[in-house]
Design a protein around this ligand. Sequence first.
Ligand code: CS2
Length: 466
Amino acid sequence: MSAPERLSRATWGALPPRCRPLVDPRELRPRIVHLGIGAFHRAHQAVCTETAEARHSAGWGIAGVSQRSRAVVDALRPQDGLYSLTVRQPEGPLTRVVGSVVEVLHAADDGARLTELIAAPDVSVVTTTVTEKGYRRDPAGGGLALDDPQVRSDLAGAPVPVTVIGQLATGLRARRHTGAPLSVVPCDNMADNGRGVRRLVLDFVAASGWRDRDRLLEWIDAAVAFPATVVDRIVPATTAADRERAAAQLGLWDAGAVTGEPFLQWVLQDTFAADRPRWESAGAQLVDDVTPYQVMKLRLLNGAHSLLAYLGLAAGCETVADVMATAWGEPVVRAYAAEVAPSLTPAAGLDVDTYVESLLTRFANPAVQHRIRQIATDGSLKIPERWLAPLRELRAAGAATPVLTRALAAWARHTRDQDVDDPAADRLRQAWRLPPTDAVRAVLGELGAPDLADDGEFVAEVAGKL
Ligand code: CS2
């Protein structure tokens, strides 16, 4: 059999009707710039944007920017931004093409176009999914890491900014001349992500040598909103087998295929500065305060994910569903949730028990094939969001935290025994040259948690569980 043709605007007419996009991409134009066009964006915000557009045609297309990988550009650009999403339902996969991405850029290669787009009045939303490490925060204070080499190089006036915050600041600087308001919408797993990213952008501008920096700071304050969001959909990294399966459904080759679980949640703080797609018609919730949703998602879903990942790797498991199929998988999630639940922010309409039950079902879905190695990456940046906040609050309230302590021990052991994929990998490896208790103190220090690292009793407790 000859290889199938590549998916693109020239070939999509050949798709079976069930696989067609909900919108005609020729009727869209870039009105959203998305920084970080990885699998998560394509399986989440891009899908909600497409659904909203299908219901209220207003031309909402996405210009997606890859930060590092040229592979994403090489996959999507020849396909005119088209790609397929396969929803991994337990009863069988469902594949269709998504039509909302209309332009694909590479941050370093297409820097001028990126700035032009962020400045364009027709663009009124910038969304981001660049992972925790993409923001280059100082782990101790949460401000911009001014000593980070790439931040330094951007601040020194690199012709094309390589950091996301540098790109945003440069784009806003150009936009100020149009006066058009903008909403910057971070979609990463960080508590208070709107305020956090706003601070980083302001830090960057303040530290820049730009002559117009004071006027720019004032304008950002007046015209740029940074709504906080909670995003949720489990999106495993795409494999070669996934691409083969997608091609079999589509009858066309799709180098940009992504997959995801059936569940999707998007909660947004309703503080937009300018026009946006009517995402609520695609199921998004617009609320005054995302905090209760954010805390619940980060501490329960992401926190349990990390716990399953580190315990599961030690036990030789491969996927989340494998861990859930062990005798201890479900009980450990239940024990973790029971311990963390008192630290959640109560809110009308949020039911912790129902949430935990739905997590257990989602984690156990064998069709999802979510590799725990993927979840275990970047632990030094994920753990503070997921475990340390509840740990501190619970300890301050005098509650016992045996599961969280065990979780930290599992992560610490992982940094000792496994090949760690983490920006702090070198320092974590070095730490294990010390005797175990000192090593635990050192790795806790890498989490930006001197309070815990200096607490001898706590360090001994974690070391005792290694
Ligand atoms: C996971 C998340 O990789 C990880 O760290 O915990 O990507 C998780 O799958 C998503 O946040 C689900 O919405």
